[in-house]
Design a protein around this ligand. Structure first.
Ligand code: FAD
Length: 522
């Protein structure tokens, strides 16, 4: 029996009222289930009493999706077991592991890298698979949202991505099976390749024998990286409806993820370029060059200035290598491969492009060992952290201030246009900002750092204007963070009234009272 803790959540559990969006919510009770049975028990009780439930993974989300808006908090951080392993039936050169939703990405990556799991309660079949895993590896789980303290349940609910998505795709591509607890406590199990839509209609059987039938939304998904709205396609795997649904259709209580062969060689290079034009030319040519990079990441001149200042002022940033003074922008390119010659050749070809685009080969940083790569990773991760520190400082003066972080992707042919628009608007309004992110996927995060509420209002207006432009260009208003409670307006812009109504109709099939994650998406 799971204990539902009632009382003063604000006083006793303040951390659980927020996520990394810095939004602060309210709640009347909280529970920490350790099994699917306990999730079932809790949500069924809440459903019977019409109490809304907010699902929480590791609360690293930045769209406020895990921030409660009253009601009950279902916190899954104590469901951290990896319970099974098997070889994939469909792809022999991969393994499937079964994770509870609270397993952290850092925990998962460490276990996979060391081929060391807590095998208490593992079956003989899983132990045999582990034996094969150890002798045939190394293996890895490609999705890499920058924040490794994210949990697998949260990553699946948001269809999280990261730098390596450029080559490997988002979390969705690695989800093979899910177990779902629906709002009334009924359970569903969905396996890739097994439960399929028929065109745009679906009919699913819960484990207690009820039939859930409905129509999928009729819209076409954008062809860019996307984490906005329900996934819908003809004859789709029904588990894909739940991946990226941000907990509005059910609680993911168990997730099977696919591991693929780890690359033998991983090399990363940070190139410094003299202008935005040079950077765009470099990115376009690197994308088109023979060897496909695993990641292409961008840091504008203001991100580099922010890091220089952070390094001077804050010992936490001392690990970041010294940045060359004369550079304008930085681009990180990572190559993966099975042999050193091929990867070194790819890096040399990229270096030639860099020099032709005006970059200085001697100033570039090359990492080919795990230790060196960690340093470059620290550099890349320092930008969002430095941004958060700036905002936290400004919030001391005005607690209502938050950063405005965009998360939009456009098609390849619109990258130049959208970056021009961002820069022109930000400069015209003299806002403080940085731009960085996954330029390989045409997915640049603009972070507006308002100094006061009037700048915040201007930034908010610009964000809406940009969202409309991104949609017009065929892009997505959220490429990886999801819509949460902060971006419903943009979702409506993207899919229109009809699209929203169709999503809401799907939701009613699974959660007729809108109990789960009320306020997310719509
Ligand atoms: C510094 C920083 C950098 C980041 N960089 C990236 C990045 O590069 N790419 C990226 O994709 N994200 C990034 N994020 C965002 C975040 O890490 C991801 O969205 C992550 O997937 C959230 O996982 P979580 O476990 O923390 O989920 P939470 O924040 O706890 O929840 C996120 C959403 O999922 C729902 N949810 C959680 N668990 C479940 C479940 N078991 N069943 C149903 N619904 C559930 C929640 O209700 C909420 O709506 C970054 C965050 C930070 C702080």
């Amino acid at each position: 029996m799971v204990a539902t803790i009632l009382g003063n959540i604000e006083l006793d559990y303040p951390d659980y009222l927020r996520d990394e969006s810095r939004r602060i919510g309210t709640a009347q009770s909280i529970s920490f289930p350790v099994s699917e049975a306990q999730i079932v028990e809790t949500v069924a009780e809440m459903f019977a009493n019409d109490v809304p439930v907010t699902i929480q993974g590791a609360r690293t989300g930045i769209a406020g999706g895990a921030v409660p808006d009253g009601g009950h908090i279902l916190n899954l951080s104590r469901m951290t077991d990896i319970t099974r392993m098997r070889r994939s039936d469909s792809e022999p050169d991969s393994f499937i592991i079964t994770a509870q939703p609270g397993v952290l990405l850092s925990q998962l990556n460490a276990a996979i890298a060391a081929a060391s799991f807590d095998t208490t309660n593992w079956s003989t079949e899983s132990m045999d698979a582990l034996q094969a895993f150890r002798t045939t590896g190394p293996w890895f789980f490609p999705p890499d949202p920058t924040e490794t303290s994210a949990a697998i349940g949260g990553m699946t609910a948001c269809n999280a991505s990261g730098a390596r998505t450029f080559a490997y795709g988002p979390t969705r591509d690695y989800v093979e099976r899910i177990r779902v607890v629906l709002a009334d406590g009924a359970t569903l199990e969905l396996t890739r390749g097994r439960e399929k839509a028929d065109g745009r209609t679906f009919s699913l059987h819960t484990e207690s024998g009820s039939i859930l039938a409905g129509r999928l939304p009729s819209y076409a998904m954008p062809t860019v990286k996307n984490a906005a709205g329900y996934f819908a396609a003809d004859d789709m795997d029904m588990l894909d409806l739940f991946v990226g649904a941000e907990g509005t259709l059910g609680v993911l209580s168990e997730i099977d993820i696919r591991l693929v062969r780890a690359p033998h060689e991983v090399w990363g290079v940070v190139s410094f370029l003299p202008s935005s034009t040079a950077t765009l030319a470099f990115v376009t040519r690197t994308r088109q060059a023979g060897a496909k990079p695993a990641a292409i990441e961008y840091f504008d001149s203001r991100s580099l200035d922010l890091l220089r200042a952070a390094k001077l002022e804050n010992p936490a940033f001392s690990e970041i290598p010294d940045l060359p003074q004369s550079c304008h922008t930085a681009v990180y390119v990572e190559y993966h491969g099975s042999d050193e010659d091929a990867v070194s050749e790819a890096v040399m070809a990229m270096s030639e492009i860099m020099v032709e685009c005006g970059g200085n080969e001697d100033a570039a940083w090359l990492a080919s060992s795990a230790r060196e790569l960690e340093k470059l990773k620290a550099f890349r991760h320092a930008v969002p952290e430095a941004v958060n520190l700036v905002i936290d400082n400004r919030r001391k003066e005005n607690s209502e201030l938050t950063k405005l972080g965009t998360d939009m992707a456009v098609p390849d042919n619109a990258l130049e246009r959208i970056t021009e628009i961002y820069s022109a608007d930000l400069q015209e309004h003299k806002l403080d900002y940085v731009m960085f992110g996954h330029i390989g996927n045409n997915h640049i995060h603009v972070n507006v750092l308002p100094r006061n509420m009037s700048e915040y209002a201007v930034g908010k207006e610009l964000y809406l204007t940009w969202a409309r432009e991104v949609i017009r260009l065929g892009g997505s208003v959220s490429a990886e963070h999801g819509i949460g409670k902060l971006k419903s307006v943009f979702l409506r812009e993207m899919f229109g009234e009809q699209g929203i109504a169709e999503m809401q109709a799907v939701r009613r099939v699974f959660d007729p009272k809108s109990i789960l994650n009320r306020g997310n998406l719509f």
